[in-house]
Design a protein around this ligand. Structure first.
Ligand SMILES: N[C@@H](CCC(=O)N[C@@H](CS)C(=O)NCC(=O)O)C(=O)O
Length: 225
């Protein structure tokens, strides 16, 4: 059975778990990283010599790097659905996945760390406003793109929506003011209707590091330790 290594609150693991659930795959979640440890073990290094999460094992095949894993799962188990058969649509999905990794994810994760992952008395409002503006400006490009179609790679949900959908949940659930980005918001609302998104992406992540750590600890019941 497919093994997913990681922790269910990790920004890079969530896209993999969401993908596996969209595809209806049977898998076990092998808890690793953060307080679950294991990354320093020799057995983990055989799965991921880079010693980070996520990683997967699918039979004898091991793979790491979250976007490579999302692509592999979609190409292997979702050809014609999450992985478009049309090569140009697949390339567009890929393009937005790359853009997510280089632009959208770094912008939103910095905002996330400056807010939710910083104790309230240590937060810097000027820095937070600058990061919020940077994230909103980055996402305005996706807003424009989504004015022409329902999803990232056309009018069907594909792997192109997965990493960005995870970023969108963070963006819309950090307590900051956001500009109106109507097409992005409408797309996000469409994602919110998906059961696998509701279950694995739309997780309350707390409002400060103490709450976040408690939630992460409680997630031990979701996987194999
Ligand atoms: N580019 C990598 C980044 C992986 C990464 O930064 N993973 C973090 C968690 S989000 C990690 O392994 N941190 C150590 C830990 O969780 O203990 C990917 O997308 O998979």
């Amino acid at each position: 059975m497919l093994e997913i290594w990681g922790r269910p609150y990790s920004s890079n693991v969530i896209p993999v778990i969401w993908t596996a659930n969209e595809l209806g795959l049977d898998y076990t979640l092998q808890l690793a990283g953060g307080s679950f440890g294991k990354l320093d073990t020799e057995s983990y290094a055989r799965i991921n010599p880079n010693r980070m999460i996520p990683a997967i094992r699918d039979g004898d095949f091991a793979l790491w790097e979250s976007l490579a894993i999302v692509r592999y799962l979609c190409n292997q188990y979702g050809e014609g659905t999450l992985s478009p058969t049309d090569k140009q649509s697949r390339a567009i999905a890929d393009q937005w996945m790359e853009w997510c990794a280089s632009i959208a994810f770094p912008s939103v994760i910095q905002l996330f760390f400056a807010t939710v992952r910083t104790q309230p008395d240590q937060r810097e409002s000027t820095k937070i406003e600058a990061l919020r503006d940077q994230a909103s400006k980055a996402l305005s490009l996706l807003d424009q793109h989504l004015s022409k179609q329902l999803y990232v790679a056309g009018n069907s949900f594909t792997m192109g929506d997965i990493p960005l959908g995870c970023v969108a949940y963070r963006y819309y659930n950090i307590e900051v003011e956001r500009p109106a980005l109507p097409h992005l918001e409408a797309w996000y609302q469409r994602l919110c209707l998906r059961p696998a998104y509701q279950q694995h992406v739309m997780r309350f992540f707390g409002t400060n590091p103490t709450e976040w750590q408690a939630l992460e600890k409680a997630s031990a019941s979701e996987g194999v330790l």
